[in-house]
Design a protein around this ligand. Structure first.
Ligand code: ADP
Ligand code: ZN
Length: 738
């Protein structure tokens, strides 16, 4: 038997080793191996069949732990991912066992602690005070310390000699204790406990459906379709409690930890009494923290784990329930190898572990919706807002009419939105202005010749940044100074096209001079805790109008917000992506859902140049059924998901011709004995034809079934040698077509 071993350390070396007879090693085991003239530790990625050429392979020196680090269910999941998405099992194991977890260097830290062993009597203390003042001080510190113990390092420099003496006289004991590097220790404000709310009828029914599924041997996934503000989170919380009561654990997936602070908080405060039993997997955990959290989870010490996409691999034992919040979000798809979809892998994990899974959303993906129609998923609906409020009134403003009203191009704020903002300010209510950023940025364009300042490395327009008078590429970060005249025709009248959040803030400050305005976008939120601080200020009404991009579309709940303005609703509609309509519908519904979540009624104003587009009209009426029905028809006609799978094969290179030629070669080979049921698209330049200096070409493939497609592409890739300077990427169930 041979094993393929991933060596610990940042360089990701993989070597094969022979296994001595009599030793049994499984994938996921930790081993010690020889490496050049030294020794190293590593993780077994796979057990492999010995090949002839392997004769004389070096042997594994020792098995560190006979039990694999990865559970069999997770390993099976890893194999499934490798086969489905067409990538090596090694890359999947790297996700299952992040580098931080594999590396010994990050292993648990211990510290020395001084513990008061015996309470000295008054006489002894007095004697010490005179003869050994240092010992006296240490004793009185320990006497007042919590649990009469304190880390040796905290007792100050030079405490060692005194401690030794105290240890000798039996007054103090030195112990060694494990230090948990608590990622939450600094920065977060105190979490106040919350108690369960009295559920309304709909919520009660939803909870019962989930509880029933907990009692089922192999439960079907549950799709919780609840309008914004219908109280899905309260259902999650009480379902989680029911799982804990049964002695099992809960995994909660959210689209992005940093953008869903309120959801994370609600879990923390509901389970505040069991504090360290809730683990939050942030992307900015240090290596040491990640190591500690992972092992805490694996040992079953953390009973609830909250995290983004990669948390789907959290090694929770006794998994009882997986909750996927905002299941439609495309951030669940990983955009680097392995290109798995977190939600789909979660559904798979639930079936492997025979546990319950709830997918929640106000705007479910058509993939999940289709599964409810096929009766693979059970659907539970919450059609009313939890607090009895009605859904906000949505008005659509035709910006083409606004444009003809005044000269000099369309306004940023329609009259309607402007007066609505003024009204809120007068009444002391708050507003949110949403600026769609999809495929959009504020760029420089010459009004004479139409020239747009482009990034020299990427096929996108450079974005104008006012604060430092610079042009910046939002794909690769390239920076340029702002030209004084058009680089093409030398006309000095080069002007700004479109607008960004900074511009909105400027205009708003003029229109509403007394309003307190703040902005949430990637730029403004660079400072640590900036997002949290701004949201807190908004919550305590230190801000009247909050301007934001996609960052504020998710899960925020502010009862005093009665107006939401969507400045450019249709921008995402004009991109070459069959999900463009779905994304626009989801975005408008989610953003609109931020309005009227308290006792006051909400209003939403949607500015658009295409007011009759179905995505906008169905969103206006909060009509998911209507939208999904007509969108399904379109998908069915063209064989797009959920009626089959869609994958993208991309080739990129610094040399345009080589990228194109490589993909054409692959196209020819893919066409040879193309399995039936697969539709092979043409070789086309990617919508983003150049990024990071590389040219990009792509083929879109469609297939009723996923596996045959992946297998066919893998087989062709395996027998087609690629030029060194061309990278080919296969993306199954692609979410992004740029
Ligand atoms: P969703 O996650 O579906 O958007 P939330 O869980 O944020 O909705 O709930 C919206 C608001 O309604 C929250 O303030 C929540 O505390 C409140 N809420 C939820 N359930 C109830 C209930 N049963 N009774 C009263 N208020 C509730
Ligand atoms: Zn660029």
């Amino acid at each position: 038997m041979n094993v393929r071993v991933l060596i610990d350390g940042p360089s990701e070396l993989v070597f094969d080793y022979a296994v001595p007879t009599g030793v049994s090693v499984r994938a996921g085991c930790r081993v010690r191996v020889p490496l050049r003239r030294k020794h190293a530790t590593g993780t077994v990625l796979a057990v492999v069949e010995p090949a002839q050429a392997d004769f004389g392979l070096r042997e594994v020196e020792a098995l560190i732990d006979p039990e694999p680090l990865v559970t069999p269910a997770l390993l099976r999941m890893g194999e499934w991912i490798a086969g489905y998405y067409g990538c090596g099992i090694e890359t999947v194991i790297r996700s299952l066992l992040p580098e931080a977890v594999r590396s010994e260097e990050n292993s648990a830290k211990t510290r020395r602690v001084a513990v008061l062993a015996k309470q000295p009597d008054a006489e002894a203390m007095e004697k010490l005070a005179r003869r050994a003042p240092r010992q006296h001080v240490i004793l009185s510190i320990l006497n007042h310390a919590p649990e009469n113990r304190m880390a040796v390092t905290e007792l100050g420099d030079g405490a060692n000699a005194a401690l030794k003496a105290l240890e000798k006289s039996g007054l103090v004991r030195i112990e060694s204790e494990e230090v948990r590097r608590d990622p939450e220790a600094e920065g977060l404000d105190e979490v106040v406990g919350s108690s369960p709310l009295q559920l309304n009828e709909g919520q009660q029914a939803a909870l019962e459906a989930i509880v029933q599924s907990l009692e089922t041997e192999t439960p079907a996934p549950i799709l919780l379709l609840g309008v914004t503000g219908s109280g899905k989170t309260e259902v999650y919380l009480q379902a989680a409690q029911a799982v804990l009561d049964r002695g099992k654990t809960v995994l909660v997936l959210v689209p992005e930890i940093s953008l869903t602070p309120q959801t994370v908080r609600r879990f923390k405060s509901r389970f505040a009494a069991m504090q360290d039993k809730v683990a939050v997997l942030h992307s900015h955990l240090s290596q040491g923290e990640r190591f500690d959290e992972w092992h805490r989870i694996r040992k079953g010490q953390a009973r609830i784990v909250i995290g983004a996409r990669s948390a789907v691999f959290a090694p929770l034992p006794d998994l009882g329930l997986i909750l996927v919040d905002e299941e439609h979000e495309n951030t669940y798809k990983q955009e680097s190898v392995p290109r798995y979809h977190g939600r789909d892998v979660a559904v798979l994990r639930a079936s492997f572990e025979k546990c319950s899974i709830v997918l929640g959303s106000a705007t479910p993906s058509l993939e999940s919706w289709h599964n409810t129609q096929l009766k693979k998923y059970q659907v539970v609906r919450l059609d009313q807002r939890a607090d009895g409020q009605s859904m906000p009134m949505v008005r659509v403003v035709d910006m083409r009419l606004e444009a003809t009203k005044r000269k000099g191009g369309p306004a940023m704020l329609s009259d309607k939105l402007r007066s609505a903002l003024e009204q809120r300010l007068e009444k002391g209510e708050q507003s949110i202005l949403f600026l769609n950023r999809r495929g959009f940025a504020r760029s420089l364009q010459c009004p004479q010749c139409g020239h747009v300042c482009q990034c020299p490395h990427c096929a996108v327009a450079l974005t104008y940044h006012r604060s430092d008078e610079r042009l910046v590429c939002h794909v690769c970060g390239h920076q340029a100074i702002v030209p004084r005249k058009c680089p093409e025709c030398k006309d000095p009248a080069i002007i700004l096209q479109g607008y960004g959040t900074q511009k909105v803030e400027e205009v708003l400050a003029k229109v509403l001079p007394t309003a307190k305005i703040a902005r949430i976008d990637a730029d403004a939120m660079r400072r640590k805790h900036a997002l949290r601080d701004t949201l807190n200020a908004f919550k305590s009404h230190k801000i009247d109008v909050l301007i934001g991009t996609q960052m504020i579309a998710k899960g925020l709940h502010f009862p005093n917000v009665t107006l939401v303005g969507i400045l450019n609703a249709d921008l995402g509609l004009h991109i070459p992506d069959f999900r463009a309509g779905e994304r626009t519908f989801q975005l408008i519904t989610q953003v609109a859902g931020r309005a009227g979540r308290g006792d006051l009624e909400g209003e939403v104003i949607v500015q658009t140049f295409t007011p009759h587009s179905p995505s906008i009209q169905f969103a206006r009426r909060h009509d998911f059924d209507g939208f999904s029905e007509q969108e399904m028809e379109f998908r069915r006609q063209f064989g797009f998901p959920p009626f089959g799978h869609c994958a993208v094969l991309t080739a990129r290179s610094n040399h345009e011709r080589r990228a194109e030629f490589t993909l054409q070669t692959l196209h020819l080979r893919l066409k040879e004995d193309l399995p039936s049921g697969i539709t092979l698209g043409e070789v086309l330049p990617s919508p983003l034809v150049r990024a990071h200096g590389q040219y990009r070409f792509q083929i879109t493939l469609r297939s009723r079934q996923a596996r045959p497609l992946t297998r066919h592409v893998q087989a062709v890739l395996a027998k087609t040698p690629l030029p060194e300077d061309v990278t080919v990427v296969f993306d199954m169930d692609a979410q992004s077509f740029s």
